[in-house]
Design a protein around this ligand. Structure first.
Ligand code: ADP
Length: 416
């Protein structure tokens, strides 16, 4: 009979837990353990034990509060709760009963008596406080609950303030290091391009030219990675500083496509455009929108094998523009379609990464699409992908939609 009873012991002291566990298991009970109040509530709700032994002096949410909560939940309110606590304060027993406990056992437990005491409560024994004393104790219990709630809220508010300050320090650090690193990079890029210019051609040997190409490509790539890192930090902190103006999305898309055309031609891909001329202008930040579009188009090139087709077009629908980038590439599993917009989310094996933005399946840091989403959402728009799934043989392709409202007024930036 006893073997069928399950006793939940809520106690933060592992030694006390072990002792009670041994004693009760020896007489055939099954003992469940919780080391704090919250997990006690969770286990009680999920496992519905036959009786709960509740240490009152547990940290954070104390045993009185846990008892009140358990007695307020329909699925646990009928489980008898026996308070266990070091009998230091006069009135502990009454307080525990007023809080909703059905009995009280002083600690340390008397291991010879414990099995019988538990059996008595399982058979229906209940202790109670009565009359005026009960009302007074209940009032005191309520006051304690409210004051502990106030303490918790104050602690949470302080912790939240600390987190905000740390977050701001982190964003400032990333943005500042980004700027610091970008300055020398711009110099490296600028001078290597200058040395490659036709005017200086006769001063640069063909070998040096090859090396300079590599230096300038590396500098360009590095500066693009830096830009994504800084943008992600700014997006996280809701501090993207956009300058809104009238933007011709079609012309912008066409200029980005021209920028990528040589790389896609090298891969034998076709880049087709339609309906990008004479579009209604939208309100937005040209530079950030360029960044967002470039990330989506470079992904389309990256994740489409040589010889594939990439199409870019735009549809005007009532008050939004839907800019569409469709590829005939490897596609994206339906389960992954939401996650690819999360930062640092990369589906490919990172060991196979190359640093190119256009090589087949060339990897990145998984920041590109989270930047895209941040930028598009900061324009009051949304971005999503459609794909039948991922298959490197049948190439189902992916279609990205960048939906942008035509007349969007950006709310003022939050104070830093
Ligand atoms: P990264 O900057 O590393 O390219 P992104 O955030 O741009 O990261 O993309 C995240 C992941 O989404 C990529 O690693 C890739 O697996 C998948 N992905 C993005 N665009 C495409 C696409 N056009 N076709 C297939 N998979 C894609």
């Amino acid at each position: 009979m006893e073997g069928t009873f399950r006793i939940l012991y809520v106690e933060d002291d592992p030694v006390a837990r072990l002792l009670v566990q041994r004693v009760l298991t020896a007489v055939g009970y099954r003992v469940l353990e919780a080391e704090d109040g919250l997990s006690g509530i969770e286990i009680a709700r999920l496992q519905h034990p036959d009786l709960i032994l509740m240490d009152l002096n547990i940290p954070n949410m104390d045993g009185y509060a846990v008892t009140t909560r358990l007695k307020s939940l329909p699925e646990t309110r009928d489980i008898p709760i026996i308070a266990l606590t070091a009998n230091v304060m006069q009135g502990d027993r009454q307080r525990a009963l007023a809080a909703g406990c059905d009995g009280y056992l002083p600690k340390p437990v008397d291991i010879d008596l414990l099995p019988d005491q538990v059996a008595a409560f399982l058979k229906g024994k209940r202790e109670q406080v009565e009359g005026a004393e009960k009302v007074e104790l209940l009032q005191e219990h309520t006051r304690r609950l409210v004051s502990s709630l106030e303490e918790t809220i104050t602690e949470l508010r302080d912790a939240n303030d600390r987190l905000r300050r740390m977050e701001k320090v982190k964003t400032d650090f990333i943005v500042l290091s980004g700027h610091e690193l970008r300055t020398p990079l711009t110099l490296i890029y600028g001078y290597s391009r200058l040395l490659l210019s036709p005017q200086l051609q006769e001063h640069v040997s063909p070998e040096a030219k090859g090396m300079l190409e590599k230096v300038s490509n590396a500098a360009e790539r590095l500066s693009s990675v830096l830009e994504d890192i800084v943008n992600v930090a700014l997006i996280d902190a809701d501090q993207l500083d956009l300058t809104f103006d009238a933007v011709d999305l079609g012309t912008l898309a066409l200029s980005i496509i021209e920028q990528f055309r040589p790389a896609s031609q090298e891969r034998g891909q076709r880049l087709e455009t339609s309906n990008l001329e004479d579009l209604v202008h939208i309100q937005g930040d040209q530079n950030y929108l360029r960044r967002a579009l470039a990330n989506v188009i470079s992904n389309a090139i990256k994740f489409t094998p040589d010889g594939g087709l990439i199409q870019v077009w735009c549809e005007e629908q009532s008050d939004v523009l839907d800019l569409v980038v469709r590829d005939t590439g490897i596609g994206i599993d339906r389960d992954e379609q939401e996650h690819i917009f999360d930062k640092f989310y990369v589906l490919e094996n990172t060991e196979l990464h190359t640093t190119s933005t256009t090589n087949y399946k060339g990897g990145g840091m998984g920041l590109g699409l989270s930047v895209v989403r941040g930028i598009i959402e900061a324009h009051g728009g949304r971005v999503f992908v459609e794909s039948k799934g991922h298959d490197e043989e049948t190439l189902p392709g992916s279609t990205f939609h960048l939906i942008l409202p035509i007349n969007y007024t950006r709310p003022k930036l939050k104070k830093k």
